[in-house]
Design a protein around this ligand. Structure first.
Ligand code: MIG
Length: 766
């Protein structure tokens, strides 16, 4: 396409190339992060909001026989004809090279065969073979690919192909799906030659074929937009994720209550029902911080309204629930009902805030309220307008906003690609803005909540693009109450985590289809560890609140919600760490132990931070399972037994047990069980110490404001040494209510220590 490489010119970190048929450039962000670009530079990234101008990078650039060599201290790139870019380590070992052969297309069907198959009802993906932009990279060893957002299937994406096109498909999501609600065109490759990541920053529909078409190469491609990708080289997956999230942003520290339990259903339809849910949770002593209101709280599905027949006094209801410790989260869809006299519709029409068809009239499709129009979130004025609407919710006492249907999903077919959307000051089309529609809606919601409420916004979104983590948490949409979806939850959440989205969860016990008692139990045993911990369910499905299947299920359910509440300080520490490093909360084993090949395809175990390993039961009727522990000594969370790792073994897992292991040398900060975060004033920190060598940085603040950004937090360091010596120290004091005592639990013994004066403590524990 670009043809022969003619010449180049270096300006600081940037090298511009002239080819026979066009221009291209490569920019060094650091000595291991490079941006590869060719195209129309007026498109502004939606993922990368901060400037990519970085400190000068020491580069040597010179002509070689096969092209232009760019060497940094860590990497060496060879740029050749057709803008082929090979990445080598500085010592010459190859890391990721362009595939120079021809593509070997997958078998094509005759037109007649396609028609016959379609006639029988087979769904056939459109066959599109070549793309305007195609980057082919060689597969040269035992590459594993991770990331790519919320795709179905397993952890390792090698041999599968996906589309990046935000899609709402209510059928049960299975391995063969090419797209779901989120488009995060970023993956990491673990190879024998080192690790790297690639972020193809295009909002247009793109394709990622990770070796399905051919075992010799993988490719990413698109038909519009720029050739624009970032290459991150690293010694480890954590290093690459840090670099990727440095570029696209990190999830900010959340309000701590949002780490508690959320109860939801489509829908709690009346004030009476919402109060009943709240009362029942408290009566049965199931800790819970939040109840979610689905579309039926609105008046005929009109966003930012309340149905006053069903909810006569929402302000009073929310305030009563607040006194019981409940925060209310309300759903908001993007579609605005077409209705004369509905202020949001009228105002948006008057100001031209809705997307229009190419001939200029407002584009109408249908969603829940019937005919609806769609805010043009690419226009900053529309985002501000939408942001201001959040105040109508916060004024009622709403504490979080749940953005649904923002792919955008529509009932009368997908919005045509040529419908006119804004991209900031430019006019463009749906094809360019589709994949960022939810991202921009979440951004407007975040900013509106921040302005109206002042506290850290709590937003949940279904559709995402790369970088949405800066504004919102996400859930995996309409899963089903089937065992296959409980199994898929583990790799799906791990891959979202590896795509820069740490605050994620599935609908506990499944959305569509009907849960069984056993499925609910096993799902809460797994899902209580997801950062976003919400039980949610479809209108048409049997109820799945914790109490509906009787006492045995309820007692087990409660015990896992309680377990989560005791671990909230640990989760909060992990979010603090994530805001600084980009490391997620849920981690596949490969993230911490990539030198161990056993971890590369581990789909049924995961880590919570670096200290806890969960091996949940994911199959019906199973009462024991195989557990694999990586190197080192681990302690069985339930029995305290020490087990040495690098081996697999069978562990009993009766219905009330999720096998859990804690790494030797871990210190787990814990709190007593509360019915909601903040129910008790906690001035004592529990520290579970697991013998070995390790340290724990523990973080504490007011749990809701941005004061921490000005130093309003406490940070502690706890250490355990192999000889039993324990140390505690307050490293940073900026929050007025530090812990007064520490309760140390180790080897079955409890030791309480005064920490009143925040003096440095040294104590022998054994
Ligand atoms: O197509 O608001 O994924 O969580 O309960 C249904 C009703 C629209 C889809 C969401 C689901 C929510 C439901 N919504």
């Amino acid at each position: 396409m670009l043809g022969k490489l003619l010449d180049f010119e270096q300006k600081g970190n940037q090298i511009c190339f002239r080819f026979e048929n066009g221009k291209a450039k490569i920019t060094a962000l650091t000595d291991s992060v490079f941006r590869i670009f060719s195209g129309n530079s007026t498109i502004r990234s939606k993922a990368v909001e901060k400037s990519t101008d970085r400190k000068p990078v020491e580069l040597k650039v010179y002509r070689e026989k096969d092209g232009v060599r760019i060497s940094s201290r860590r990497l060496s790139l060879l740029v050749g004809d057709e803008f082929a870019v090979d990445f080598y380590w500085a010592d010459g070992r190859p890391l990721c090279r362009e595939y120079r052969g021809k593509r070997t297309y997958l078998q094509e069907m005759e037109k007649e065969e396609r028609e016959l198959m379609a006639g029988e009802g087979h769904f056939l993906a459109e066959e599109k073979r070549t793309h305007r932009i195609e980057v082919l990279k060689a597969i040269e060893g035992d590459e594993c690919f991770y990331g790519l957002g919320d795709k179905t299937g397993f952890l390792n994406k090698r041999f599968y192909a996906y589309d990046m096109w935000n899609t709402d498909n209510p059928d049960p999501h299975v391995d063969s799906f090419r797209a779901l609600y989120k488009s995060i065109p970023f993956f990491m490759a673990r190879t024998d030659r080192g690790d790297y990541g690639i972020f193809f920053d295009t909002t247009y529909k793109s394709v990622f074929d990770m070796g399905k078409e051919s075992p010799d190469y993988y490719y990413f491609a698109a038909d519009a937009g720029n050739l624009d990708y970032y290459f991150f080289a690293g010694n480890s997956l954590p290093e690459i994720l840090t670099a990727y999230t440095d570029l696209t942003g990190r999830a900010p520290l959340p309000q701590i209550w949002s780490l508690g339990y959320h109860q939801s259903r489509w829908s709690y339809k009346t004030e009476e029902e919402v109060r009943f849910i709240g009362d029942t949770l408290r009566k049965l002593r199931i800790p819970c911080d939040s109840i979610h209101l689905d579309i039926d709280y609105m008046e005929r599905y009109k966003v930012f309204t309340w149905n006053r027949e069903r909810f006569p006094d929402p302000k009073k209801m929310l305030s009563d629930l607040k006194n019981e410790g409940f925060k209310i989260v309300t759903i908001i869809d993007p579609g605005v009902k077409v209705e004369k006299g509905y202020p949001l519709y009228e105002e948006g029409m008057e100001k031209g805030y809705f997307v229009v068809s190419p001939s200029g009239e407002t584009y109408v499709n249908a969603v829940w309220p019937g005919d609806a129009v769609f805010p043009d979130f690419g226009n900053p004025a529309v985002r501000n307008w939408w942001a201001r609407q959040q105040k109508t919710l916060t004024d009622m006492g709403v504490r979080g906003v749940w953005n649904d249907m923002n792919e955008p999903a529509t009932f009368r077919g997908e919005i045509p690609e040529d419908v006119v959307f804004s991209d900031e000051e430019q006019k463009t089309d749906h094809a360019r803005m589709h994949n960022v529609y939810g991202h921009l809606m979440a951004k407007a919601t975040y900013e509106g909540l921040k302005e109206a409420d002042g506290r850290r916004p709590f937003v949940i979104t279904r559709a995402c693009y790369a970088g949405t983590q800066k504004y919102s948490t996400a859930w995996t949409g309409d899963n089903h109450s089937i065992w296959a979806h409980l199994q898929m939850a583990v790799p799906q959440l791990c891959n979202l985590s590896l795509s820069g989205m740490p605050f994620v969860g599935t609908d506990i016990a499944g959305f569509g289809s009907d849960a069984t008692p056993e499925l609910l139990v096993r799902w809460v045993e797994t899902g209580c560890f997801s950062p976003l911990f919400r039980n949610h369910c479809c209108l048409s499905a049997v109820r799945q609140e914790p109490w509906v299947f009787g006492k045995e299920v309820l007692d087990i359910y409660r015990s896992f919600v309680e377990l989560r509440y005791t671990l909230i300080p640990y989760y909060y520490d992990l979010f603090w760490e994530e805001e600084h490093t980009g490391w997620p909360i849920l981690r596949p084993l490969v993230f911490q132990y990539e030198d161990d090949p056993e971890t590369w395809e581990m789909n049924d175990q995961f880590l919570i931070g670096d200290r806890i390993l969960a091996a949940p039961v994911l199959q019906q009727g199973v009462r024991r399972r195989m557990v694999y522990l990586p190197e080192g000594v681990w302690y069985d969370f339930w029995t305290g037994e020490a087990v040495s790792g690098k081996k697999a073994f069978l562990r009993d897992a009766p219905l009330d047990t999720c096998p859990l292991y804690v790494k030797a040398g871990s210190i787990l900060p814990r709190w007593p069980v509360q019915q909601y975060v903040g129910e008790k004033e906690i001035r004592e920190l529990i520290l579970d110490v697991y013998p070995g060598e390790g340290e724990c940085f523990h973080y504490q603040d007011d749990g809701e404001t941005f004061a921490y950004r000005e130093g309003g937090y406490n940070q502690y360091r706890f250490r355990i040494h192999p000889d039993g010596e324990f140390e505690a120290e307050l490293l940073h004091r900026g929050y007025a209510a530090p812990y007064e005592t520490l309760l140390i639990r180790c080897r079955g013994e409890e030791t309480r220590m005064s920490f009143k004066d925040c003096q440095k403590i040294n104590r022998k524990l054994w």
